[in-house]
Design a protein around this ligand. Structure first.
Ligand SMILES: [Zn+2]
Length: 432
């Protein structure tokens, strides 16, 4: 693909017309190669020549996770011998879906991470320590490696977990930048403290974080997890990047930490309500994406299930691209509890803030009245009525309602959190 990274810094109007040109190419490609979209265009009498602006996208139905699950193969646009990489979605909601990438898609993915690293200010002078998995059918791990290579950074592929090996690597190669799930940073700190490693004076001083929010969606202040890391390791700069297998593109913080920047060459994003109508800035909307330049399995108006705020004002970094807040939660995980709408991350943020909780899982189920109930299973050395009351009071003060609390052993929680097929730590269990 032709590369034009400068587009991020052009005017909003220029970005819009740039994307509209790319959209026409994407629509033509889908109409020629995608069984799923060919059928959709016929069924809904959509003439792609009538889709010329970003606003015109609203004439096209959205694509859902269920569509992907039911018609997985119909989304593939290339013959089998053009497929190089097979990956799956994380399967946080429902069954994982297979995605295929062509040679061109891998180049595009590499470029995406090149742009993402560049947005955080990384250069070829930096040495990246990859603390995420690169296998297990995970798209992003490979993307990070390729993007770092394209930028010319050094990379050490350590993989996830293994604090001892992480510190050994930092000591050996003086890596200064980590690619990491942020709660693992707490584990690195813990290991360093127990083993006399002066982490604040180590070379690692910047991390690009995935999977968990570090800042609040509305004010961009550090959330509980972000503050905990910052208190221990004040020199550590914490960038967030948000992406998914379906998007094949990232939204990444710049040095002003006010939301992840969109890459206009790679993706169009809309923010929709339950009726698929666009929400105004400042209201939560479901991230809905259209891939640009994807050849293996491109998606059109795909509803990701992630809900966030968006911002369109110019950023101090000079970029004029739309920015996304951290994710409030996943649409399918929305909890309606005693008249309040909640997403699991808000509950995690409260629980993470309580020092005496060792670990926890949040369960949601439907009660006899057909409404949602929340049960927090937690382990703590303080298994007293007073402690339970203080936890409930904290919930009431933060989200107005208090869940049921049940004490469990730390071993039990650990086991529940790590089912063998999951790539992520499970903190939320939906039994509805
Ligand atoms: Zn910026």
């Amino acid at each position: 693909m032709t590369r034009y990274p400068e587009i991020q810094f052009e005017s909003k109007e220029a970005i819009k017309s740039f994307q509209e040109e790319k959209l026409k190419i994407a629509l033509k490609y889908l109409s020629e190669n995608s069984k799923f979209y060919q059928k959709m265009f016929v069924e809904h009498r959509i003439d792609i020549n009538g889709i010329n602006t970003l606003l015109d996208l609203q004439k096209i139905p959205v694509t859902t996770k269920q569509d992907l699950q039911l018609y997985n193969a119909d989304f593939i646009c290339v013959p089998k011998d053009e497929i190089i990489d097979y990956v799956t979605t994380s399967g946080t909601l429902g069954e994982p879906v297979t995605f295929v990438l062509t040679d061109k898609d891998l180049d595009r993915l590499s470029y995406n991470e090149f742009l993402s690293f560049s947005t955080t200010g990384c250069t070829r002078e930096d040495v990246l320590q990859l603390m995420t998995t690169i296998d297990r059918r995970f798209m992003a791990g490979l993307a990070y490696f390729m993007g770092a290579r394209e930028l010319g950074m050094g990379v050490a592929r350590v993989g996830n977990g293994m604090p001892e090996l992480q510190w050994d690597t930092i000591g050996r190669i003086n890596s200064n930048c980590g690619m990491i799930v942020p709660s693992f940073l707490m584990k690195l700190i813990d290991f360093a403290e127990k083993n006399g490693i002066d982490y604040n004076n180590s070379t690692l001083q910047k991390c690009i974080c995935i999977g968990e929010a570090l800042r609040t969606p509305d004010t961009f202040e550090l959330n509980t997890l972000g503050k905990k890391i910052h208190e221990k390791w004040p020199n550590m700069k914490l960038y967030s990047t948000y992406a998914s297998t379906e998007m094949q593109s990232s939204f990444t913080d710049c040095e002003h930490f006010c939301g992840g920047h969109l890459q206009p060459e790679l993706i169009i994003v809309e923010f929709l309500d339950d009726n698929n109508q666009p929400v105004p800035e400042g209201e939560p909307g479901e991230v809905t994406i259209t891939n640009l330049g994807v050849t293996g399995m491109p998606l059109l108006r795909f509803k990701t299930g992630d809900v966030c705020y968006h911002y369109t004002d110019s950023c101090k970094c000079g970029r004029n691209t739309t920015r996304l807040s951290s994710i409030l939660g996943r649409k399918g995980q929305m909890i309606k509890f005693k008249g309040t709408t909640l997403y699991p991350p808000a509950l995690f943020d409260i629980l993470d803030n309580i020092q005496d909780i060792h670990n926890y899982v949040v369960e949601v189920y439907t009660n006899d009245l057909g409404t949602d109930e929340i049960l927090v299973r937690l382990s703590s050395s303080l298994q007293t009525k007073e402690f339970e009351k203080s936890v409930k009071d904290l919930f009431r003060s933060k989200v107005r309602v208090a869940p049921t609390i049940r004490f469990e052993s730390a071993e039990y929680i650990s086991k529940v959190q790590q089912p063998p097929t999951s790539r992520k730590l499970v903190k939320f269990i939906d039994l509805r």
